[in-house]
Design a protein around this ligand. Structure first.
Ligand code: ADP
Ligand code: MG
Length: 413
């Protein structure tokens, strides 16, 4: 038997949330060479130009802090999926240019991620310049978390900072491999902010807690559902994933997008929810069409079967009303996954109305997931969401596991 403080339950003592993640402000920076992992995975257009620099701007507070505190800065990021190969079209060249404009400093782009030439550039680095390594996923050692690759990345480095929240759920070399090899490591401001908000949604959520889950795949979200069952009173399900739940219950869902092989998993989650007396809601009506296109003829249906030539592409008006009512009462809201094919206006109503309801609720609201965040911007309500997570998969996994590999790497043991 251990000894517990009066307000500690035994199961909380080693709880990941009770340990502290080191902060950037704890680091000794002056004159030190610091390796900063960021998420500069920006969208590029056909001409290779950056059309949205949000992710670069999001890292600026950390970058500026490091520069103001006179660190010699080496920055690393991935871009796209080069699959361990040097792909010129996925070079960080446009990022180097944009970053240089944003920080008004010279940004030198290394010709590679590691190697003699890069080592020389690291050794010659001065405080008035920044060294940006080439796309870290050009090297297979990154995803493989290859110890030798981590050693090379860590060579000549005094400190490590991770501000790439969107990658913290990946046990990659630049996320978990470097920290044990350097003297000091810490979270950047973006990672700190993400963790702070997500912890609130996990640790001490104000009730009622409503989780809204949608999107394309059940498989991505099942672990989160299980974890949410211990926290949320209400789980609202929309998007294509709803139809796997219906299929699992034996309903005919026509041509709706389903995952046959996840039926059992969906059914289990559904029963667990009932056992725990969590209300799990499925749509009661839907917008259906023969295909997901602007030209398709759409209609509202309730009940089953959905005709064999039609697919459900959005939640219907009754469902919108019911979900909106529940969201309005909520004090904590976690939302991941659009309610329908919101990219097409015809099937975007459910998602837009839910976005408005989330924004108008007097609640701590967290939205995570690339498409969900895009939907919130499309609805024009981003300002009224408490926290928009920069990491889709990462925010989901954080909610499910209460920590992430990349966070663990920065946490006092
Ligand atoms: P996020 O990126 O927020 O995590 P997902 O990637 O899981 O969300 O899901 C978003 C995708 O799900 C969107 O491209 C959307 O068109 C699609 N989707 C939502 N509802 C449906 C549906 N009923 N049928 C087909 N696709 C859907
Ligand atoms: Mg997505």
């Amino acid at each position: 038997m251990g000894i517990f403080l009066p307000d500690e339950r035994p199961d909380q003592v080693h709880h990941p949330l009770n340990r502290t993640m080191r902060s950037l402000k704890d680091l000794d920076l002056e004159g030190k060479t610091v390796f900063l992992r960021v998420d500069f995975n920006v969208p590029l257009d056909e001409a290779g130009e950056i059309w949205d620099d949000t992710r670069i701007k999001a890292a600026l507070p950390t970058i500026n802090y490091l520069l103001e505190h006179k660190a010699k800065l080496i920055i690393a990021s991935h871009l796209g999926r080069p699959k361990g190969q040097h792909k010129p079209e996925l070079s960080l060249k446009p990022v180097a240019k944009k970053l240089s404009e944003l920080i008004s400093r010279e940004v030198m782009l290394a010709p590679d991620v590691v190697g003699d030439e890069v080592d020389q550039m690291k050794a010659d680095l001065s405080q008035d310049k920044v060294l940006l390594l080439e796309n870290i996923r050009f090297h297979p050692g990154e995803k493989g978390n290859d110890p030798e690759f981590s050693q090379k990345l860590a060579a000549g480095i005094d400190g490590y900072v991770n501000d790439a929240f969107g990658t913290c759920h990946r046990a990659h070399a630049s996320v978990v491999g470097i920290p044990p090899l350097v003297k000091q490591s810490a979270a950047g401001f973006l990672v700190e902010k993400e963790v702070e908000y997500l912890k609130k949604a996990i640790h001490s959520p104000q009730k009622p807690y409503v989780a809204i889950l949608g999107g394309a795949k059940v498989s991505d979200k099942i672990p989160v559902i299980e974890s949410l069952l211990n926290r949320a009173e209400n789980i609202l399900i929309g998007g294509a994933m709803a139809y796997t739940f219906f299929l699992a219950q034996g309903y005919d869902v026509g041509r709706s997008l389903v995952e046959e092989e996840k039926k059992d998993l969906a059914l289990q989650a559904y029963h667990k929810a009932k056992e725990k007396q969590v209300n799990i809601y499925l749509p009661s009506d839907y917008t259906v069409a023969a295909e997901a296109s602007e030209e398709a003829e759409a209609q509202t249906l309730a009940g089953f079967p959905i005709p064999s030539d039609l697919m459900a592409l959005d939640i219907g008006p009754k469902t919108i009303e019911r979900y909106t009512g529940i969201i309005t009462e909520a004090r904590t809201i976690f939302w991941n996954g659009p309610m329908g094919v919101f990219e097409i206006d015809k099937f975007s109503e459910g998602t837009m109305k839910i976005a408005e309801a989330v924004a108008n609720a007097e609640a701590l609201s967290i939205v995570g997931g690339g498409d969900s965040v895009a939907a919130v911007y499309k609805a024009g309500v981003s300002e009224k969401i408490s926290h928009i997570s920069t990491g889709g998969g990462a925010s989901l996994e954080f909610i499910a596991h209460e920590t992430l590999p990349g966070i663990e790497a920065l946490t006092e043991k």
